[in-house]
Design a protein around this ligand. Structure first.
Ligand SMILES: Cc1cc2nc3c(=O)[nH]c(=O)nc-3n(C[C@H](O)[C@H](O)[C@H](O)COP(=O)(O)OP(=O)(O)OC[C@H]3O[C@@H](n4cnc5c(N)ncnc54)[C@H](O)[C@@H]3O)c2cc1C
Length: 352
C-alpha cells in the first residue's frame, strides 16, 4: 500500500502546484492520474497553445507551464500513480482514507485532495453518420501537435475559446484555415473574436457563419466536407480539406468520484471557500473540479485553492504543531528542500 500525507487525485496544474505548497509545509504528496502523463488539460488538450494569464508569464505554452511545475516540485519527490483511475474511497476508523484505483493499487493518506478537473476527457462529437470512419484519418477532437497541420487544409468547427484560439494559431501553420460556427456570435474571449475577424479581413482565414458541417467525404482518408449555411436558402457547399477538427468542448464526467458521497452541483464538487474542504472532513476539492459562488475555472484560481487547502491539511495532519508563515524569498538560507542554495533563495515558511 502506498502511504503519503496528502493523496492528490489528478495531476493537472492544480494538483502539481499543490505538491509545491505541501512541500513547503514538509508534507509528502502522491498523485494519481488516469492519463499516462502529468499536466491535465494543459498536456492532453492544448500543450502547444500559449496561455496569457499566468502571473509573471506574459506568455507561456501550456506544455511548458507543466514542465515548469514539474521542475518546481522535483525536490519534494512526489510519488505518481499514472494511467490509473481513482475508483473507490474508504474511510477507516481513525479517519484516514484508502483510495483504490481501477487497477487495484491502494493508497493510504490522512488527507485526500481531489484535483480531478473535468474528470475523464470525453470530447463532444458532431452528429455525423460516418464520423468514426474518419477518426484519426482526418478527424481529430484535440490538437496535440499543431505541426501535424503544417501546409494542410484545415477546417475547424466550434464557437468557444478553443476553436477561436486554434484557428488563430493555425492561420500561420496550415495552408488554409476555415472556421465554421452555427452562430454569428462566438462564446470566446472578445480579443480572440477580434483577431479572427482581422485574419479574415487579411484573407488569412475563411470564416463561414452561421453554418454547420453536415457531411464528410472520402474513401478511407477525409477528402472534403459538406457545409450547409444556416440561412433562408440553406445553401450547401463542398470544401476540400485534409483535416476536420470539431472543437465542441468536453462533456464533463466526474466518473467514479461522483459516487463517493460528496455534495455535487452541476457535475462539480461543492466546497467551503474557507479551505476548499468538501462535505466529508478530510476530503478537499481544488481546481476545475470544485464549485462555489463566483467560481472561475482558471489555472491561477486552482493555484490559490491548492495553497489554502494545504494550510488546512497541515493543521489536520499536525494538530499539535504551530505554523508560522514566512515568504519564500529569505536571503542566505538553505533551500526549502534542505539543500544549500545560493542566496537569495527559497525557504519560506517555517513550522514550529
Ligand atoms: C483549450 C483550452 C484553453 C484553456 N486556456 C486557459 C487559459 O488561457 N488560462 C487558464 O487559466 N485556463 C485555461 N484553460 C483552463 C485550464 O486548462 C483549467 O482551468 C486547468 O487545466 C484546471 O486544472 P486542474 O488541475 O484543476 O484540472 P485538469 O487540468 O482538468 O486536470 C485534472 C486531471 O485529473 C485527472 N482525473 C480526473 N478524474 C480522475 C480519477 N478518477 N482518477 C485519476 N485521475 C483523474 C484527469 O485525467 C486530469 O489529468 C483552458 C482550457 C482549455 C480546454
Amino acid at each position: 500500500m502506498i502511504k503519503t500525507d496528502i493523496l492528490i487525485i489528478g495531476a493537472g496544474p492544480t494538483g502539481l502546484f499543490a505538491v509545491f505548497e505541501a512541500g513547503l509545509l514538509k508534507l509528502k504528496c502522491h498523485l494519481i492520474d488516469a492519463l499516462p502523463q502529468a499536466g491535465g488539460q494543459c498536456s492532453e488538450i492544448y500543450p502547444k497553445k500559449p496561455i496569457y494569464d499566468i502571473p509573471g508569464f506574459p506568455e507561456v505554452l501550456a506544455g511548458d507551464l507543466v514542465d515548469n511545475l514539474m521542475e518546481q516540485i522535483k525536490s519534494f519527490q512526489p510519488g505518481f500513480t499514472l494511467g490509473e483511475r481513482a475508483e473507490t474511497i474508504k474511510k477507516l476508523e481513525d479517519g484516514t482514507f484508502v483510495v483504490t484505483t481501477n487497477k487495484g493499487t491502494e493508497h493510504h493518506a490522512p488527507v485526500v485532495a481531489i484535483a480531478g478537473g473535468l474528470g475523464s476527457f470525453e470530447p463532444r462529437k458532431p452528429l455525423l453518420e460516418n464520423l468514426s470512419k474518419f477518426e484519426d484519418n482526418g478527424v481529430a477532437y484535440m490538437i496535440k501537435d499543431p505541426e501535424v497541420y503544417r501546409d494542410k487544409k484545415v477546417i475547424i468547427a466550434g464557437g468557444g475559446d478553443s476553436a477561436l484560439d486554434w484557428s488563430i494559431f493555425l492561420a500561420d501553420v496550415a495552408s488554409q484555415v476555415t472556421l465554421v460556427h452555427r452562430r454569428n456570435e462566438f462564446r470566446g474571449a472578445l480579443d480572440s473574436v477580434e483577431k479572427v475577424q482581422e485574419l479574415k479581413d487579411k484573407g488569412k482565414l475563411n470564416l463561414i457563419t452561421p453554418a454547420e458541417i453536415i457531411g464528410l467525404n472520402g474513401d478511407t482518408q477525409l477528402e472534403s466536407v459538406l457545409i450547409r449555411k444556416i440561412s433562408d436558402d440553406n445553401e450547401e457547399l463542398v470544401l476540400e480539406v485534409d483535416d476536420f477538427i470539431p472543437l465542441f468542448g468536453l462533456s464533463p464526467k466526474l466518473g467514479p468520484i461522483g459516487d463517493w458521497g460528496l455534495e455535487i452541483e452541476k457535475n462539480a464538487i461543492k466546497v467551503d471557500t474557507f479551505d476548499y474542504q468538501t462535505n466529508i472532513p478530510g476530503i478537499y476539492a481544488i481546481g476545475d473540479v470544485n464549485t462555489y459562488p463566483g467560481k472561475l475555472k482558471l489555472i491561477l484560481c486552482g493555484f490559490h485553492e491548492a495553497t489554502l487547502m494545504c494550510q488546512s491539511a497541515f493543521q489536520k495532519i499536525h494538530p499539535d504543531k504551530k505554523y508560522v508563515m514566512k515568504y519564500t524569498t529569505v536571503g542566505g538560507v538553505s533551500g526549502f528542500d534542505g539543500t544549500k542554495k545560493e542566496a537569495p533563495k527559497a525557504v519560506v515558511k517555517a513550522i514550529e
